[in-house]
Ligand binder design. Structure first.
Ligand code: HEC
Length: 481
């Protein structure tokens, strides 16, 4: 679907949006320390009246941030001649280079930057060459590469044709300097046009030290970090930025809000049913950028009786021994609440019967009579699909009177790469229109799979970010619990 984010996953919400109401109260030096495991929030009695401060990790760019290990640092630009034919090198750089760069990041297990990189044994199957596994994953329905399927047919064809020809070396390829990525907006708190006052970061249990990512057994580590709300009244955010610290091992994170009491500073293995008792607040996956709410809209952050749980998915498949991480998120809070509040509306269905052995099995949830109280329209800004391991794809289609349809989201699904997709343009839903969410599954197992909280059960939820959320009678539509 064309108009969902230019960035992968969490794209920056349109550069066009003005930062109305953004606090600019800060002074120039705004990089003071913030206890990493606590939520940083301005204290009223701050002695010198300085703006709240925090310690940005990774500066402003997602290109940096690996801890100083002396070896990795910034991913190296690909050399002009890599032994690959130029168009192959360019296709790999454009579609895979975010993760499979010379120094792989975001959990990718190997580089795809040179001829030699493609000739070595594949990390998960040493009996095969990397290029062979590449060909397979380029067309895989299950866990395709790139994970969100966003790559041009031309690029895919270039790679498949080259591999079909035996992946020949082009030792003397005289390629142009690789293009310096299209205009990617800078990512991180420094790139926000406001001072973030509310910061949440990964940390060691009860400590302000970064979280130590285990060397072994962290191929798929879902680590949860709990925080108590620092707010004394219902509070909104007008913008937020991901803080991406050790990008070698972080795969994605999701911040949830819950009414269930949590111990501030606690670190524990995540319960994957979290999203049933907690609301999605924000999420990041590779390619995701800073997010700004539209003018006059504030993202619902929470109030005094809320708790936050940040779920971070670590993927230390390279077994880095020095992986420590303080990734997180920094929110800008408006001086005055914005008139409109954006929050999460859940679409989908809990009625799931996925037969044993089924392929491309679909389940549909229909949200028909969406009605708002005083506001005639609901504006959809973004969407975050949630299924479990059998989920392959999700789409949500809006049907207007006369049968005209609009796509809210239509994406492959990969349990290990979840974030929120932002629409390039808001999609406006009126009373009487319907939203149909279709979840697609493969069930290789020998028994029927139904809805449930366990990893072996399935889900079909699309967490849609919409405003005005407080004008809705219910935050679920079409779902029977
Ligand atoms: C957003 C980050 C990201 C992008 C972009 C990406 N990958 Fe991956 N890739 C990963 C991660 C994480 C893994 C490990 C988990 C898995 O296998 O799904 C992986 C694994 C793989 C594997 C499996 C290696 C093995 O031994 O099993 C192949 C092959 C692969 N990627 C090829 C590609 C190709 C080709 C592209 C571009 C067309 C690409 N990837 C784009 C993140 C990415």
């Amino acid at each position: 679907m064309a108009n969902i984010v230019r960035n992968r996953f969490l794209g920056g919400f349109l550069g066009l949006i003005a930062m109305a109401g953004c606090s600019t109260a800060g002074q120039d030096g705004d990089d003071g320390p913030c206890p990493a495991w606590q939520i940083c929030f301005p204290s009223e009695d701050s002695a010198d009246g300085q703006s709240p401060t925090w310690d940005p990790v990774g500066e402003s760019s997602s290109e940096t941030g690996a801890h100083d290990t002396g070896e990795s640092g910034e991913p190296e630009p690909m050399p002009p001649s890599s032994g690959l034919p130029c168009e192959v090198r360019d296709a790999l750089a454009a579609a895979c280079g975010d993760c499979h760069s010379a120094a792989p990041s975001f959990g990718a297990p190997m580089p795809l930057a040179s001829y030699a990189d493609l000739q070595v044994p594949a990390p998960t199957d040493p009996t095969r060459k990397v290029y062979d596994v590449v060909a397979e994953r380029l067309v895989a329905e299950v866990k395709p590469m790139p994970p969100d399927g966003d790559m041009s047919e031309d690029q895919r064809t270039v790679l498949l044709d080259w591999i079909a020809a035996g992946a020949p070396e082009a030792p003397n390829a005289d390629c142009d300097e690789p293009e310096d990525g299209e205009d990617v907006d800078p990512v991180g708190p420094d790139a926000l046009p406001c001072d973030p006052e509310f910061v949440i970061r990964a940390h060691a249990p009860g400590s302000d030290q970064p979280f130590v990512v285990p060397v072994e057994g962290a191929e798929d580590l879902y680590q949860c970090f709990a925080f108590k709300s620092p707010f004394t009244e219902p509070t909104q955010a007008i913008a937020w930025a991901p803080i991406i610290d050790d990008e070698r091992v972080i795969h994605h994170w999701i911040l949830y809000r819950s009414k269930q009491p949590q111990t501030d500073g606690a670190v524990f293995p995540c319960d994957l049913s979290l999203q049933l008792q907690a609301d999605f607040v924000a999420g990041w996956a590779p390619g995701g950028g800073n997010v700004m709410m539209p003018p006059s809209v504030g993202l619902e952050l929470g109030g005094p009786d809320d708790f936050y749980i940040m779920q971070v998915h670590y993927h230390n498949s390279a077994h880095y021994a020095d992986a420590v991480d303080a990734s997180g998120v920094a929110f800008c809070v408006p001086d005055q609440p914005e008139p409109q509040t954006a929050g999460v509306l859940t679409l989908g269905t809990t009625s799931l019967n996925i037969p044993a052995g089924a392929q491309n099995h679909t389940e549909v949830g229909t949200c028909g009579g969406l009605s708002t109280f005083f506001w005639p329209e609901l504006h959809i800004i973004g969407a975050s699909p949630h299924m479990h391991e059998l989920g392959r794809a999700m789409k949500t289609i809006l049907t207007r009177p006369g049968g005209v349809t609009e796509t809210i989201i239509d994406k492959p699904f990969n349990f290990e790469s979840q974030g929120m997709y932002f629409n390039d343009q808001e999609i406006v839903v009126h009373a009487g229109e319907s939203l149909q969410t279709t979840c697609t599954y493969d069930n290789p197992g020998a028994s029927m799979v139904n809805f449930g909280e366990g990893t072996g059960d399935e889900m079909c939820f699309n967490f849609v970010l919409a405003y005005p959320i407080d004008q809705l009678g219910s935050r679920n539509c079409g779902i029977v619990f």
